[in-house]
Design a protein around this ligand. Structure first.
Ligand code: GAF
Length: 418
């Protein structure tokens, strides 16, 4: 089936009203992301081209009246709230704290880690608590950055409450520190930057060597179709760390600090200096950076056929050279290729499970979705979900008023709170 229009904002506000008995002061929306091209390049100083999508997490919150209070976040699908006492816990660059220090596991650990990272930046300003309710339309573990969306939403709530200017790049870096040093997931900065710094209608070309960013318009004639294969992975325990280590070994074997330094070609003697696994990893990185440049150029001239062909190349590289594909991801890409209006498709995100994306003519989007889901089911016996997306802007505050449940809205009008 194709997905319903998301309404996380309305659910977050309704949950807040039900839990706290009043309307929230603020509402944050924080999007998920897909990566059009440039996979596993972020931790290799490379290039990538993500975009934020309208599947999002929303956090309704109010600052506490008293300083020195608590941060407390309820989630619609968890019984226990995340609680962080102020002053924020200390975040160490030496690695994730042990279980005793990192009191909360799962989603609450992300809340705790971001409060710690934002608190370190805010210093004595991090004295006031806040309380909130969140709702999400982002499936966890599907490769759409539900974690980064949560991190950035919490960062935004802290910034509002502690009266800090909102700098998307600085916030992304702090959220990334929390993920690396508190949660203990050794990921790159791609997800946080895409969630924080994307602009509507555009993908974001990021150069991880110097963090320069360039919005790249995605032609109005296409949608980005996300095909959720229904398979899930756990980033902390996946082969992600192993791939990172293989890239480091490949760079060392070729005498460069990072694989980006190789430019557009492997050295002629690369096969003599690397083992076969390292050679394949290095080849993916070198060709993937070139593919990012190719897709940026193709989008600039609205050459969707070329952009789609490069996506398909990228998929083959992730499958055969970087070896992070899986049978369901491969079956979903095969289903996309033959579906109406499809220019190209690839797996997206860390890999092994989750989602594929396709560039699809907007006019053919519904026919595309129907064909893909039928073929995917025939190939795997699984039901997928298609989300038809256009690029949206990064984490932002949105008006509370239009998302209030009708009864609350009416009583606020009556009591003159508008
Ligand atoms: C995951 C990681 F979190 C990112 O940093 C990035 O490496 C991606 O996999 C692969 O491109 O989403």
């Amino acid at each position: 089936m194709t997905a319903e229009a998301p309404d996380a904002a309305r659910r977050a506000v309704a949950a807040f009203v039900e839990t706290f008995g009043a309307a929230p002061r603020y509402l944050v929306r924080s999007p998920g992301r897909v990566n059009l091209i440039g996979e596993h390049t972020d931790y290799n100083d490379g290039l990538c081209l993500p975009l934020a999508v309208g599947l999002e997490l929303c956090l309704a919150f109010s600052p506490a009246e008293e300083a020195g209070a608590l941060i407390e976040v309820f989630s619609e699908d968890r019984e226990a709230p995340a609680r962080v006492h102020l002053p924020p816990p200390a975040l160490s660059a030496s690695g994730p704290p042990g279980r005793a220090a990192r009191a909360q596991a799962g989603w609450a650990g992300y809340v705790e880690g971001v409060v710690a990272a934002m608190g370190a930046a805010a210093g004595a300003g991090a004295s006031r608590g806040w309380y909130g309710s969140l709702a999400s339309d982002l499936p966890a573990g599907a490769g759409l950055s539900s974690s980064a969306a949560l991190e950035l939403a919490v960062a935004r709530a802290c910034a509002v409450t502690w009266r800090r200017d909102w700098d998307p790049v600085a916030a992304a870096r702090l959220a990334h520190r929390a993920e690396n040093h508190w949660v203990g997931a050794a990921t790159g900065l791609l997800d946080q930057l895409a969630c924080a710094a994307s602009t509507a209608g555009h993908a974001l070309r990021i150069d991880f060597r110097d963090l320069t960013m360039l919005p790249v318009a995605v032609p109005d004639s296409v949608v980005v179709a996300i095909v959720d294969t229904g398979t899930r992975r756990e980033l902390v325990t996946s082969a992600y760390g192993q791939r990172r280590a293989e890239c480091v070994r490949a760079a060392a074997g070729l005498g460069v600090a990072s694989l980006r330094d190789l430019g557009d070609h492997l050295p002629a003697d690369a096969a003599d200096r690397l083992d076969p696994v390292e050679l394949r990893r290095a080849r993916h990185l070198v060709t993937e950076n070139t593919r990012v440049r190719d897709v940026v150029a193709a989008l600039a001239r609205s050459d969707l056929a070329r952009a789609g062909a490069v996506l398909l190349d990228g998929h083959r590289s992730l499958r055969d050279d970087f070896e992070v594909c899986g049978p369901e991801l491969d079956a979903a890409v095969a289903a996309c290729r033959t579906a109406p209006g499809c220019h190209g498709a690839r797996m997206t995100g860390g890999g092994f499970a989750g989602c594929v994306l396709a560039l699809v003519d907007a006019q053919s989007a519904d026919a595309f979705a129907g064909a893909v889901l039928g073929d995917y089911r025939a190939a795997t016996g699984r039901d997928g979900v298609v989300h038809l997306c256009r690029p949206v802007g990064g984490t932002s505050l949105i008006p509370v008023q239009e998302h209030l449940p009708r009864t609350t809205n009416d009583s606020m009008k009556e009591s003159g709170q508008e």
